[in-house]
Design a binder for this molecule. Structure first.
Ligand code: NDP
Ligand code: 8X3
Length: 251
């Protein structure tokens, strides 16, 4: 298969970084995005031995910046084949009655509106070429609501709905749309959710083997390398120790 171009948001850590590493050695040129410029440069320097890499540093909450950064891509990078909408996080884990408004704004602005802004900036080329694949990273939290998950769950339910809506609207253009919904994956996710409290973050994964970023990367690669007539529409993936959002077997 000819080399293709994939744009990955949230490539500076966790699932996005693992996906960048795997795609780099599997016939993809990469556009790596995130806010932390130092990490983007380090990863880009490392992966440059394997493939062509271009980096874009922007905050997905900022629509103008997102549009301008993607529009700034040199001509040879504009024809993106794959968009992996991965940037996102949980902020806080509080009951709705004591939830923090800044946390709510962050989750809705990044996980939902940010995903929309990136998609809007990338879609014209895919629509014009009548080809492309959008992979949205949702969550088990977008399939089931759990205690104190309220707004994070709402943001991921929205990602699920948007994934379905995109698949319908883009059907006429031959653009594939996939939702991947992981359970517990050990990344910087819980560190962000608990605002840098490493002990609280570590407890989330205590007594079980969680998924790793590389496990999700593996699925992304499988999904984006299916034949042209096949699309994996929706995929829930859990660690074996997890049966649902709340049922987890711990040692
Ligand atoms: P990480 O915290 O390790 O990675 C989050 C990534 O998102 C970082 O690269 C970060 O980059 C980027 N990001 C966050 N906010 C912004 C922003 N405002 N603008 C641009 N980029 C941003 O977590 P994960 O790898 O676990 O998370 C990736 C995705 O997977 C998220 O959508 C998350 O909701 C989802 N997910 C995670 C699960 C888990 O258990 N870990 C399970 C299910 C889904 P930077 O800070 O440099 O901008
Ligand atoms: C991350 C998984 O269960 O912490 O989306 O919400 S969970």
């Amino acid at each position: 298969m000819a080399k293709r171009i994939a744009l990955i948001t949230g490539a500076t850590s966790g699932i996005g970084e693992a996906t960048a590493r795997l795609l780099a050695s599997n016939n993809f040129d990469l556009i790596l995005c995130g806010r932390r410029e130092d990490r983007l440069q380090k990863l880009s320097a490392e992966l440059a031995a394997l493939t062509r890499v271009h980096t874009l540093s922007f905050d997905v909450r900022n629509q103008q910046e997102t549009a301008a950064q993607i529009a700034s891509l040199p001509e040879e990078w504009k024809n993106m084949d794959v968009l992996i909408n991965n940037a996102g996080n949980a902020h806080g884990l509080d009951p709705i009655q004591t939830g923090n408004v800044e946390d709510w704004d962050a989750m809705m602005d990044i996980n939902v509106k940010g995903l929309l802004y990136v998609t809007k900036a990338v879609l014209p080329v895919m629509v014009q070429r009548n080809t492309g694949h959008i992979v949205n990273i949702g969550s088990i939290a977008g399939k089931e609501v759990y205690a104190n998950g309220n707004v994070y769950c709402a943001s991921k339910f929205a990602v699920d709905a948007l994934t379905k809506g995109m698949r319908i609207d883009l059907n006429a253009h031959g653009i594939k749309v996939t939702g991947i919904h992981p359970g517990l994956v050990e990344t910087e996710f819980s560190l962000v959710r608990f605002k840098g409290d490493a002990e609280k973050a570590g407890n989330v994964y205590k007594g079980l083997e969680p998924l790793h970023g590389a496990d999700i990367a593996d699925l992304v690669l499988f999904i984006i390398t299916r034949p042209a007539h096949v699309v994996v529409a929706d995929l829930v993936v859990l660690p074996t120790a997890q049966a649902s959002a709340t049922v987890v077997k711990r040692l």
